[in-house]
Design a protein. Sequence first.
Length: 199
Amino acid sequence: MRKRVAILISGSGSNMVSLLRDMSDRQHPALPCVVVSNRPDAGGLAKATELGVEALAIDHRIFKGDRAAFETQLTRTLEEHGTEIVCLAGFMRVLTPGFIERWAGRMLNIHPSILPLFPGLHTHARAIDAGMAIHGCTVHEVTTDLDAGPILGQAAIPIEPEDTPDSLAARLLPMEHKLYPAVLRRFAAGDRRKVSLLG
Ligand code: GRF
């Protein structure tokens, strides 16, 4: 049986698209069951619909800062769709420990740095400022420690002398689009060997 995957987004959803395209292969060990955005204006919603996947928004603003109430609605939606694995793909809401524990061992995230370096925001600028020669991205299990769950795969690219945070982000994104589907394929098949990609 293919595992049912829900993808949570907040924005353009380019990582979501790479996951959906990969799962369009009928031999894939997982299949998408729903895409959920916390922002009704997220560009990724229309892209998911175009790819034939149910997409809906749960606007976090309606819950006026009550994270638990937002997550109750989110959990209900995920359960209604029979979700077995949750992929965070540019999902920009902090999740409470209760929600994270509910999905422990079944929720993945992609983070734009070589963790444990540069958790949090502004990773590209921080890698350049630190004088790094390489940068990259990480897919990891989500735990209650921010950007610190078990690492499932990483991709690395060189930092060029002329790189800016924007140019580095733009060169890293295609590697994210390779890494996340590669990790999900293994993860959904129960294979915990780490994926490593060099760009
Ligand atoms: C990616 O850089 C991802 O690593 C980060 O947010 C960005 C999302 O981009 N968490 P997209 O919405 O997948 O295009």
